[in-house]
Design a protein around this ligand. Structure first.
Ligand SMILES: NC(=O)c1ccc[n+]([C@@H]2O[C@H](COP(=O)([O-])OP(=O)(O)OC[C@H]3O[C@@H](n4cnc5c(N)ncnc54)[C@H](O)[C@@H]3O)[C@@H](O)[C@H]2O)c1
Length: 266
């Protein structure tokens, strides 16, 4: 039976390119996205399924997992990829209103790019463990180079993506040996629906990363069973693994090293 992938944000850009690549490799692909028309169109093209999903709604996201499980009876790969960039200027200076406060911050980028990723990971673990022939599976998260390096213009986006890298590193240690692997892909700039065409046009064009290369990086993370806890940076055609750094203070080794999984203590 074909392996099954569930891809959030699979109706556009990086998620769609990954859905297309996995379908071409014989996988069954379930696309979970807000965009119903594109999702239905591409799911039909790829002979997969579309599940209208708002990843910021836990029940809705959970029901998508249930639908996919009921339809296929297995789940081999989950790609937590849906995301946006923040639309507000964090640094904007406001004249104080009567309370002396700026308006409430629009931080929806944290909901989509981090909280829903944590939820997707939580649900993925549950369904991976239910796989009957071989419990386990591969979880991939789309972080970003903005999850590895300072991104001054998008500080909340960076905070969310650094969070994704931390989630991957932490889950992978605990889950080592269980058959569940967790990795993230960290793309450089990729011209997708994330920004408008005119915004992408302002980027230095010779530094852009083709969307197909990100999809290939995701496939590498899924296919190479030695990889877990890694951040795979993909910039243009270059792939670089960024590993979990060793703690810089000796006092932290016992507490935070990969050898100490706290398994018995938790
Ligand atoms: N494009 C880049 O330069 C770049 C670089 C690094 C990381 N990323 C990350 O890649 C991921 C995919 O983005 P993309 O560049 O392909 O952009 P995209 O806009 O082309 O695709 C994002 C998809 O996510 C869906 N989506 C957004 N909010 C959703 C929600 N609440 N529920 C369900 N689906 C939702 C959109 O409908 C869309 O189909 C994002 O996490 C983004 O942060 C992008």
């Amino acid at each position: 039976m074909a392996k099954v992938a569930l891809i959030t944000g699979g109706a556009s850009g990086i998620g769609l390119a990954t859905a297309q690549l996995f379908a071409s490799k014989g996988w069954t692909v379930a696309i979970a996205d807000l965009n119903e028309s594109a999702g239905n169109k591409y799911a039909a093209e790829l002979k997969g399924s579309f599940h209208k999903t708002n990843v910021t709604d836990y029940d809705n996201l959970a029901q998508t997992f249930v639908q996919v499980w009921k339809k296929y009876g297995r789940l081999d790969m989950v790609y937590a990829n849906a995301g946006i960039v923040e639309k507000v200027n964090f640094y904007e200076e406001y004249k104080s209103d009567d309370d002396g406060l700026p308006p409430r911050l629009d931080d929806v980028v944290l909901d989509i790019n981090l909280r829903s990723v944590v939820w997707t990971a939580h649900l993925a673990l549950h369904f991976f463990r239910k796989n009957q022939d071989k419990p386990g599976g591969s979880l991939v998260i789309t972080a970003s180079t903005g999850g590895l390096y300072a991104t001054p213009l998008l500080p909340m986006y960076a905070a969310a993506k650094f969070g994704c890298v931390g989630l991957v590193r932490s889950l992978a240690v605990y889950l080592e040996g269980t058959g569940i692997r967790v990795n993230c892909v960290c793309p450089g700039a990729v011209a997708t629906g994330l920004l408008k065409k005119e915004e992408w046009a302002k980027f230095p064009q010779d530094t852009m990363t083709p969307v197909e290369n990100v999809a290939k990086a995701v496939a590498k993370l899924v296919e190479d069973e030695s990889l877990t806890g890694k951040s795979l940076m993909v910039v243009q055609d270059r792939l670089t693994i960024i590993d979990n750094p060793e703690p810089s203070d000796p006092a932290l080794h016992g507490m935070m090293s990969r050898d100490n999984k706290f398994k018995d203590g938790m």
